[in-house]
Design a protein around this ligand. Sequence first.
Ligand SMILES: NC(=O)c1ccc[n+]([C@@H]2O[C@H](COP(=O)([O-])OP(=O)(O)OC[C@H]3O[C@@H](n4cnc5c(N)ncnc54)[C@H](O)[C@@H]3O)[C@@H](O)[C@H]2O)c1
Length: 250
Amino acid sequence: MGRLQGKTALISGAASGMGAVEARIFAEQGAQVIVADVDDAGARAVVQTITEAGGSAIAVHLDVSDAANWDKAIAEGVEAFGNINVLVNNAGILIMKPVQDTSEEEWDKIFSINAKGVFLGTKAVLNSMKASGSGSIINISSIYGLVGAPSAAAYQATKGAVRLLTKGTAVDYAPFNIRVNSIHPGVIATAMTDDLLKDPEVAKALLGTTIMERSAQPEEVANAVLFLASDEASFMTGSEVVVDGGYTAQ
Ligand SMILES: NC(=O)c1ccc[n+]([C@@H]2O[C@H](COP(=O)([O-])OP(=O)(O)OC[C@H]3O[C@@H](n4cnc5c(N)ncnc54)[C@H](O)[C@@H]3O)[C@@H](O)[C@H]2O)c1
């Protein structure tokens, strides 16, 4: 029996990167997966891969910064598969600039996706989780939600917000058997870091501070997300799971 057998999971930003790998692994473990993204073609391609392998998934359009989008995506998911048991708030964008070079528009944009998107998704899913009798929400923060680094202050502010939004939500919804945890990935090889890792100086700075001296594959994070999503993590809530090859260890 799969580790997520019988569960319905919505993953935001699941058209590429870590979200796409989580969607595939969740389906392999028996979950019915709602693949949600602004990138409709990418989401459909992920669904095709899952269904061709015998899994169960649908693609839904979702801009995480828009409350009405969330309501629609969740309604479509519930109609297809029943109440939602797992939400992975994974969608995010990166802006690499120091404060003086970051415009107000860039600040508002990154907050609307990385922080408000997690708030809206959580708010939108809670009634469905309450109706199902249990839930697991996994919020994708970052090592940049734990420590500082050059040229990423706005991004870090969003990921720090996600860290404590997680703990506050965990406190409020434990009585409903809903667990809420954050994941803090280090440097992971996805489209988000592609350009950064191609630049030898930036790559050296990022990987030089990672004890394991390498970036990770998305699967290495997705397996931690899978654990938190499953009933194996039944006593974990409000926790922060760091998956960073030792970046924050020193
Ligand atoms: N890659 C890393 O090194 C790293 C490290 C720490 C944390 N993270 C976080 O992990 C998460 C996934 O990142 P990734 O590396 O897989 O990046 P990615 O760029 O491969 O994937 C991000 C996905 O989010 C989607 N997205 C963007 N804006 C959206 C919106 N408004 N609504 C819905 N979907 C939207 C994109 O279309 C894309 O499919 C992000 O929250 C990111 O901040 C990444």
